[in-house]
Design a binder for this molecule. Structure first.
Ligand code: FAD
Length: 397
């Protein structure tokens, strides 16, 4: 191919935006089709910690470390783990240390991180409100069709599917479909925590607190601007929130009643953490968690996948970090091969796909994922033991 391929990205999450940024840094024209009508269209999710070898590496590749440091919360890296009877297995605020390396993993709210990438892109790179309904290969090109029938289909040479767990690009190259993981998170946002509920703020202090046991969890996490995000986590059938009436209450905004119902699920838990159910939330959502495991596909000259579109897991602390690296690395590969002949192009895309698949599979095998944490009996004690072993082993290398 003598003229450069025209590139489009479907999905303006962290994976898609990282890819776009790297492409533009190399002067490769790119457009990002995003379903949401604007940046502020929805709650963007909680705080993320940037891992040195993935998320933070991407910030360096994208020359955005200075912007990141303006909003990063280096002070919010605390971690506490307790059983439901109140036994504390680990409390970094109390000086606990299991021999982990002391590399920083600064926290940042997802909305702030996404904004940093958006601000780094050229004007009109992201086409807001242009949700993709399907992509179709024809005449050695790929045509992108939009949900909005008023929008003309767009034709490109190559599409990056960065459109998350329910990707509209994936079905063209793979029959895989995410499966229910057996876990449900009730996602609760509480505002003004230090100001109005100092007892909860003092319990959480900085960073994250996990209370785990009996197939449940209460995971709380400090976010920027005095917000705390709480995940009430359950190992239950997907239909459970409907069956007990929780979904109806949450969707109707009847959050005080939803809190009462949740509170009952945690009866007997010996911890102040259940106090989160005694205060009014700013928002509440029911999130059944899905997984797409050990996913691979035959390389296609016109499209590939990054981030949750190729691999989605119940939260294990690496999904967004991996998505960013998937996107950024792919950006480099595209830029270096954008005018390559078909054989070299396929070789380059295949090599990159192998890399991101290996990374995804490795992270899915880690048993420190929250999936393993939400299990029967005293799962906190088991998780503590695993953490000790893994971190001690890591410290020896
Ligand atoms: C509760 C929870 C907590 C988590 N905590 C962490 C954490 O602490 N650390 C971490 O690293 N990861 C975490 N993750 C995982 C992380 O959120 C994902 O792995 C990450 O967001 C994947 O990024 P992505 O860009 O691939 O996809 P997404 O973030 O899903 O972005 C996809 C984008 O595509 C858009 N889109 C979707 N469909 C279409 C369409 N048809 N057309 C156009 N646009 C479309 C969406 O609007 C969205 O903007 C967590 C996940 C959950 C559910």
């Amino acid at each position: 191919m003598s003229s450069p391929r025209s590139i489009a990205i479907v999905g303006g999450g962290l994976g898609g935006l990282a890819c776009a940024r790297i492409l533009q840094m190399r002067n490769i024209p790119v457009v990002v089709y995003e379903r949401e009508p604007s940046m502020s269209a929805r709650q963007q999710g909680g705080s993320l910690d940037m891992h040195p070898d993935t998320g933070f590496t991407v910030l360096e590749m994208a020359q955005l470390v200075d912007e990141f440091k303006k909003v990063a919360r280096y002070e919010d890296q605390g971690f506490k783990l307790a059983s439901i009877d109140g036994t504390i297995h680990f409390d970094s605020e109390a000086g606990d240390n299991w021999g982990q390396d002391d590399e920083d993993r600064p926290e940042v709210d997802r909305i702030q991180l996404r904004q940093i990438f958006l601000d780094s892109l050229r004007p009109n790179t992201v086409k807001w409100g242009q949700g993709v309904s399907k992509v179709v290969e024809n005449d050695n090109k790929v045509t992108v069709h939009f949900i909005d029938p008023a929008l003309e289909p767009a034709v490109h040479d190559f599409i990056v599917g960065a459109d998350g767990a329910w990707s509209r690009v994936r079905p063209v190259i793979s029959t895989a479909v995410p499966e229910f993981s057996g876990m449900i998170y009730i996602d609760i946002f509480i505002k003004d925590v230090q100001k109005k509920y100092p007892h909860l703020a003092n319990y959480l202090k900085s960073g994250m607190a996990l209370v785990l046991g009996d197939n449940k969890g209460l995971i709380s996490q400090r976010n920027a601007n005095d917000v705390v995000r709480v995940y009430a986590a359950f190992r239950k059938p997907a239909s459970w929130p409907e069956e007990v009436g929780l979904k109806t209450l949450v969707d109707a905004g009847r959050w005080d009643e939803a809190n009462q119902l949740l509170s009952k699920q945690y009866e007997g838990w010996n911890t102040v953490a259940t106090g989160y159910f005694q205060v009014p939330p700013f928002s509440m959502d029911v999130r059944p968690l899905y997984a797409l495991k050990h996913h691979s596909w035959e390389t296609n000259a016109h499209m590939t996948l990054v981030g949750d579109a190729h691999m989605v897991s119940p939260p294990n602390g690496v999904g967004a970090n991996n998505a960013m690296l998937d996107g950024a690395e792919l950006g480099v590969v595209i830029a270096e091969n954008v005018s390559a002949n078909e054989e070299d192009w396929l070789k380059a895309i295949k090599a990159q796909e192998n890399k991101i698949q290996q990374r995804a599979w490795a992270s899915q095998q880690e048993d420190l994922s929250f999936g393993a944490m939400i299990s029967e009996g005293d799962s906190a004690a088991r998780v503590a033991e695993t953490f000790k072993q893994v971190l001690a082993a890591a410290a020896q290398h």
